[in-house]
Design a protein around this ligand. Structure first.
Ligand SMILES: Nc1nc2c(c(=O)[nH]1)N[C@@H](CN(C=O)c1ccc(C(=O)N[C@@H](CCC(=O)O)C(=O)O)cc1)CN2
Length: 281
């Protein structure tokens, strides 16, 4: 068996073509106005700078504008909260992205939660998470929402399946588990204190690697015919899962690169367009 490749890069490119048309239509309706995503980068982490740049580029590809806010490594929580407040009050800004991680002196949770719900297009607030988990309207957290969109585009069955999520971070593992639960999967969340991880992973019909450690999840722990989703990206182009041997054994898998990563950015942009549509149309 050869695994179906869940091609996030291709899906993101297709979606961008449709988003470009939506932004054009919006401009016509609103007298030339375009959705604007404000991106906030605090500090000088090179990987974060690259991701923020990729997000700005994706905005331009769909005809949107971005407002790049850069703040020094010495920024305090109060300074960042003041900036978020300013962007919340700016009617020209439709979405706010605070790039994670922020420098350690900053209370990241307080800053995420300061983002107005209607501008939380990255889906990082507790309020948005709670609403999503209850099945209410909210923008989904970008990476897990991107994964759900990818699974849906490839008609991957979720209902009744046993999904094992390895990782419980606020912007990946936890919302991923809730989204799968919303689609009626039976969900197991594993983490650093989980006992006998290989045995739990062996039970997975759908396995999501969201642990942040290169190839931490071994191919031999995964059963034949599983759907394998790798949300990791590490230097050398590897993810959280040892994907190589699974190309012949999995039912489907997300490649690294070109799987989950492009869907993260695409989801942020799609939700920014939606937010623009809500306030400009
Ligand atoms: N506020 C947020 N911070 C962070 C998020 C997030 O969703 N919101 N996610 C990650 C990093 N990230 C986006 O910010 C991200 C990581 C990787 C990719 C990606 O497309 N990777 C490519 C390969 C890299 C490349 O081509 O250079 C791939 O997988 O194909 C996109 C977004 C942490 N912070």
């Amino acid at each position: 068996m050869s695994a179906l490749i869940l091609d996030g890069k291709a899906l993101a490119q297709q979606t961008e073509a449709a988003l470009l048309q939506r932004v054009e239509a919006l401009k016509e309706k609103s007298g030339g106005k375009t959705p604007i995503l404000a991106t906030i980068l605090v500090g000088d982490d090179p990987a974060s700078a690259t991701y923020v740049k990729m997000k700005g580029n994706a905005c331009r590809r769909v005809g949107m504008d971005s407002l790049a806010v850069e703040m020094p490594s010495s920024t305090t929580t109060d300074e960042l909260l003041a900036k978020i407040d300013e962007l919340n009050s700016n009617p020209d800004v439709h979405g706010i992205l605070l790039q994670h991680p922020v420098p350690e002196q900053i209370d990241e949770r307080a800053c995420f939660d300061a983002i107005a719900l209607e501008k939380d297009v990255d889906g990082v607030t507790c309020l948005g998470f709670g609403r999503m988990a209850m099945g209410e309207d909210a923008y989904g957290c970008a990476t897990p929402q991107g994964i759900m969109r990818l699974l849906e585009a490839y008609d991957i069955a979720i209902e009744g399946k046993h999904a094992v999520v390895v990782g419980r971070s606020p912007i990946l593992g936890k919302p991923m588990a809730m989204m799968l639960l919303q689609k009626n999967a039976t969900v197991t969340i594993c983490h650093s204190r989980t006992q006998d991880l290989p045995a739990l992973i062996k039970q997975a019909d759908i396995i999501v690697g969201a642990v942040g450690k290169p190839e931490f999840i071994k191919a031999e722990w995964i059963k034949d015919g599983a759907v394998v989703v790798d949300a990791g990206y590490h230097p050398g182009g590897v993810g959280d899962i040892e994907l190589g041997p699974l190309a012949e054994r999995a039912a489907a898998l997300t490649p690294v690169p070109g799987g989950v990563g492009p869907m993260t950015i695409n989801t942020l942009i799609m939700q920014s367009v939606e937010s623009g549509e809500k306030s400009l149309a």
